[in-house]
Design a protein around this ligand. Structure first.
Ligand SMILES: O=c1[nH]cnc2c1ncn2[C@@H]1O[C@H](CO)[C@@H](O)[C@H]1O
Ligand SMILES: [Zn+2]
Length: 372
């Protein structure tokens, strides 16, 4: 494909602030603040450690690597710096609109309040947006505070989100280990958010299957699904679950998408256009997908689910939006039209006002992808 992927405008809905630090920044802040638990003391070794430790085949072990990024994000200065660098790095990768998520409750170890954390991160993002614009790479970044599914602070985080809505904050997320921690543990938070007309997404269908997706949508009322990759458990081809032979299903979907039968939940997700925030490299690392070639994103894209492409954790997956797009092009046969589709899907699904979404689709995305 004769396309400069780095130059194409990209839209990113699922990127963890504490999963995207520059390795050099982790080292730098650790030195400044006397954090002495890092597993390496050189930039390349540290970058390699994150990628290898995250490559475990298990979400729970993958999440343990966050100890060291959260560990160096405990002051206003560190939080603002990480957010500023995040905006600049995403802009350099061609991202024009991003939603960044992180769990404020994990950044209170040195005495900050939840509101202090949000204000510091927001300031960092505003500075990063200005710096990127000055470099001729305009980007808009919005923030999704996450609550942790195993913890018990989701109502507080939902209230925090609503308090800051309209500033940089655009919605809410729930993250962390999935198996054993169903989203219905947090119904009170979701009720509160809906009553305040706030948007939210839920990590579901990554390390656990259909029940998690079903609860997220039908009990919690999620606007979007983080990953949602296991929705393929509810799709059948010629009487056989597609999960029995994903490569064959992917090949067939490219030419014969009407041959597939959707169960009630998969049909609901597709019919109601629920956005799927899919993260191929991250899923391969946690074992939610076998490979990029066999990743369900290609099947779901051809069955016309509302698929979006995301990085999840750029540090732990040593990745970027350009790299994720390149992997799909090289290993899964994606075309420029496919990339246009997921990019427009993402912008349609953003937690930004409708008119602002439309301006980016019509003013930035379509002209670039269509060469007009
Ligand atoms: O793929 C994921 N699934 C579930 N939780 C995640 C994933 N990536 C990161 N986090 C969790 O979200 C927190 C806030 O950003 C991170 O600290 C990490 O524990
Ligand atoms: Zn995630």
């Amino acid at each position: 494909m004769e396309t400069d992927l780095a130059a194409l405008p990209k839209v990113l809905l699922h990127d963890h602030l504490d999963g995207g630090l520059r390795p050099a920044t982790v080292l730098d802040i650790a030195r400044q603040e006397g954090y002495d638990a890092l597993p390496a003391d050189d930039v390349d070794d540290l970058a390699r450690w994150f990628a290898e430790a995250a490559d475990s085949g298990s979400l729970v072990r993958y999440l343990q690597t966050f100890d060291h990024t959260v560990g160096v994000m405990q002051t206003r200065e560190a939080l603002a710096r990480v957010a500023r660098e995040c905006a600049v790095d995403l802009a350099a990768d061609g991202v024009v609109y991003a939603e960044s998520r992180y769990a404020p409750e994990q950044h209170l170890r040195q005495g900050l309040t939840l509101d202090d954390v949000v204000l510091a991160v927001n300031r960092g993002f505003r500075e990063g947006e200005e710096e990127a614009a000055g470099q001729g790479r305009p980007i808009r970044v919005r923030v999704l505070p996450s609550a942790m599914r195993h913890a018990a602070r989701s109502v507080e985080i939902a209230e925090l989100t609503v308090r800051h809505l309209g500033d940089q904050v655009a919605g809410f997320d729930i993250a962390g280990a999935e198996d054993g921690f169903p989203p219905t543990r947090h119904l009170e938070a979701f009720d509160y958010l809906r009553q305040h007309n706030a948007h939210f997404t839920i990590h579901a269908g990554e390390a656990f299957g259909l029940p998690s997706i079903w609860e997220a949508i039908q009990f919690c009322g999620a606007d979007r699904l983080g990953h949602g990759v296991r929705i393929v458990d509810d799709i059948v081809l010629d009487g056989v679950p597609v999960t029995e032979d994903l490569p064959a299903a992917i090949a067939r979907a490219a030419t014969d998408p009407r041959a597939f039968e959707l169960g009630a939940l998969a049909a609901y997700v597709r019919d109601t256009r629920i956005p799927l925030e899919m993260c191929p490299s991250s899923n391969v690392q946690t074992g939610a997908a076998a490979s990029i070639e066999a990743h369900p994103i290609s099947l779901l894209k051809d069955l016309q689910f509302r698929v979006t492409l995301n990085t999840d954790n750029r540090l732990m997956s040593a990745t970027s939006m350009t790299r994720e797009a390149g992997l799909l092009v090289e290993r899964a046969g994606w075309t420029r039209a496919d990339l246009r589709r997921v990019t427009v899907n993402a912008m349609k699904s953003a937690f930004l006002p409708f008119d602002e979404r439309l301006d980016i689709i019509e003013g930035v995305l379509k002209p670039a992808y269509d060469g007009t």
